[in-house]
Design a protein around this ligand. Structure first.
Ligand code: GLN
Length: 447
């Protein structure tokens, strides 16, 4: 597959020909189920769009039954920014319902296969984005990351996935899961393409009150030769599988060989991250999902009166995982439990943020696993708690609002990709991309 950088120099005729071929290739792989549908807007470079990002006049459903029939009335800001830069949305890609999950198994449209092994999940929630790029069925894709949903599927599918600093990319037109954690980001074949797409979609937007209103760009100064100080987390990695430990050791050697300075650091037990994240995320999700009442959006299941219509619509429209989180979110926000759970989670969130800030006083980047294992088989994370625990390495980054990039390091004995992430301090995407480029070059991963 051609890279985004290469595609940007194609003529209109070449692009149109490329799109026809791409469409045929996608249609030849229906079993992968990465795409929900293939539509195209304009004449730009085609980019696959996660089904929670609005493209005007396209169906947008966040992988849910409750939004069947809903048509986006306007473009998300990222789509506007893309079209100004000569990129155009091409196809809606699959995801876990309302971005809740780590496997893409909770989608209304059925599961998506991992391009490296049809019995394995592609990760989630941006599993369609990752599988499309990993299978050579997209030049690049947009995903969204609330607790790892860009980085983890990128790691499972052997591609690059980047979560920007909270506030860098406008959330206007993104279906909200947990508003204080959500960020849209690029999913690409390599680090340079991620930087290009990040530069295009990031920047100020008056329509998002949490936008940082910053417009500085990474690609003009992209420099894989910079020598950096990078923290490793030996204790943190102890709970990961042997595959991940092997990749971690390999990455440390590569970073040393590239001339970076490695220092060892520690972080508090990640079990606190899980609690703080699942309390915060479900509390916010409960509030965000209250709007799906059968009156304003999408699907309606009529009842005898208004209340029954709400109940019928939500009972039939939401899947099990979404219902579980609505219940949990209401519980942690209810009087009597608010102080004990929600307030405590916010305090923990601050401690995590401070902990990162302290490490970043001494280092430029942190090297961390993305997931504890390679991609699991379908149905393997049957117990929701097992699924939540698999997020331990990604969610603290969202709680602290930091930028992070997941890139492939190696394949295990079964040919499954193992990815790791670099984490930077807030708004230091420049260093994140510089360090990632250096590691990518030194590792020379072959997909
Ligand atoms: N797996 C996490 C969750 O289910 C993260 C999802 C995401 O980043 N959207 O909440």
């Amino acid at each position: 597959m051609i890279t985004l950088k290469e595609a940007l120099s194609l003529s209109k005729d070449e692009l149109n020909k490329f799109k026809d071929e791409l469409k045929a290739k996608i249609e030849a792989r229906p079993e992968l189920n990465a795409y929900i549908d293939i539509k195209s807007v304009g004449e730009g470079v085609p980019i696959a769009i996660k089904d929670n990002i609005q493209v005007k006049e396209w169906s947008v459903t966040s992988g849910s039954k409750i939004l069947q029939g809903y048509i986006a009335p306007y473009n998300a800001t990222v789509i506007e920014k893309m079209s100004e830069a000569g990129l155009s949305p091409f196809g809606r890609v699959n995801m876990d319902e309302f971005a809740m999950g780590s496997t893409t198994e909770s989608s209304f449209y059925g599961k998506t296969q991992n391009p490296h092994n049809a019995e394995c999940v592609p990760g989630g929630s941006s599993g369609g984005s990752a599988a499309a790029v990993g299978a050579g069925l997209a030049i690049a894709a947009l995903g969204s990351d609330t607790g790892g949903s860009i980085r983890q599927p990128a790691a499972f599918c052997g591609i690059v996935g980047m979560k920007p600093t909270y506030g860098r990319v406008s959330r206007y037109g993104l279906g909200a899961y947990a508003s204080s954690l959500d960020q849209i980001g690029p999913m690409t074949q390599n680090v340079e393409d991620a930087a290009i797409l990040y530069d295009i979609i990031s920047g100020s937007d008056k329509k998002d009150s949490t936008n940082a209103q910053k417009d500085d760009k990474v690609t003009p100064n992209l420099n894989g030769e910079r020598k950096l100080t990078i923290a490793t987390l030996p204790k943190y990695v102890e709970n990961a599988s042997q595959d991940v430990k092997n990749a971690y050791a390999k990455a440390i050697e590569a970073l040393k060989a590239a001339g970076h300075t490695i220092v060892e650091k520690e972080m508090m037990d990640a079990k606190f991250d899980i609690s703080a994240y699942y309390i915060t995320a479900t509390a916010e999700a409960t509030t965000n999902l209250a709007r799906y009442d059968g009156i304003r959006y999408g699907n309606r299941v009529e009842g005898k009166n208004l209340e029954e219509t709400f109940i019928n619509t939500r009972s039939e429209g939401f899947g099990d995982e979404v219902k579980r989180r609505i219940l949990l979110g209401n519980f942690v926000l209810s009087s009597g439990y608010y102080e004990a759970y929600y307030v405590k989670a916010q305090k923990t969130r601050h401690i995590i943020k401070d902990e990162y800030a302290k490490i970043f006083e001494e280092v430029d980047l942190i090297l961390s696993p993305v997931a504890p294992t390679v991609a699991n088989k379908f149905g393997e994370l049957e117990n929701p708690m097992d699924m939540y625990l698999s997020d331990i390495y990604t969610i603290s980054v969202n709680l602290a609002g930091l930028p992070a990039l997941s890139l492939p390091i190696m394949k295990n004995a079964d040919g499954m990709p193992v990815g790791l992430q670099l984490i930077a301090s807030a708004y230091d995407e420049q260093t994140l991309f510089d360090g990632s480029l250096s590691l990518e070059k030194q590792i020379n991963y072959k997909g």
